[in-house]
Design a protein. Sequence first.
Length: 367
Amino acid sequence: MKISIDRGVLLKALNHVQSVVERRNTIPILSNVKIAASEKNISLIATDLDLEIIEKVEANVSQVGSTTVSAHILYDIVRKIPEGSLIEIEQNHDNQMELKSGLSNFDLPCLPDEDFPEMSSGEMSCNFNMNSKDLTRLIDKTRFAISTEETRYYLNGIFLHSINNELRSVATDGHRLACIKAELPSGAEEMPSIIIPRKTVGEIRKLLEDCADDLVIKVSDTKIQFILKDVQLTSKLIDGTFPDYERVIPKNNDKELSIETKIFSSSIDRVATISSDKSKAVKFLLKDGALTLTVINPDAGTAVEKTPVNYDYEELEIGFNARYLLDIASQIDGQDMLFALEGSGSPALIKDSDDAQATYVLMPMRV
């Protein structure tokens, strides 16, 4: 194999593929990226056995062939080569890859490409096109609520499913829930309900940064595949049953509270300064058209802030986790946050004044 390639082109592709590779691996080949050179381009392939990414980039190929080399070392070398440089890569017969650029020369050990595992996508029963902005929205507005508790593995991802002619993205960690709706793309009517793993969510979101067009999504009961121009990402799905989230969304919350999003975020952020790192508890007191926020920390003192709000119901006292409130507030694009409350022990329903298709649920806490 012998190729020459622009440093910027190679770096961008390596940035995508190297993040799939785990830093610690018991199987040495999984630390590597496979470089396969055909007559007109090269393919960079990385996998962790649950997730596989293939990216094709243009290169000047003098000799076709393929090999595998450490993904993180190659990425770090290319990253440190000056911008605008041309990189020459050649594989010799001693299982070494020579990389040259300007006055720099590297010899890197390789592992045979035939040992590199390939992830078969199998038959994808459902495939459809989706606008990249729509998928970005479904991810961005729910991913903050994905659980990191490994024992509840079925919550370690985004639940994507079609219902009532809508495509819904849902995530919850048991303390907060995000449910975002979008128009159902043509062809997605028969899509199975799936749970996309947290790592896959992060990787596809990175790829969407550079995508302004539609992408192709293929789904089976066990795998999902995203195809964006020259990049193909295939992932296993979480094998589990997502809980019936609609039961958690309150139906009888009749006490409505409206507050300007920026004012609310700033107020919560200020009073939370003295909250304990563990509980992050903030108390709401709704009374006489005002919201009083209180944080009491025996070690750091007390913070109280009063803000005028639209609230015309009886007095209500309820506690929440300040960090969770800020997480939800950061997803609100509209001018106002709309709270629907029932009582001090009931979950709060939170809406965006400019987005009726976004729903958030936050469990209360004792304060």
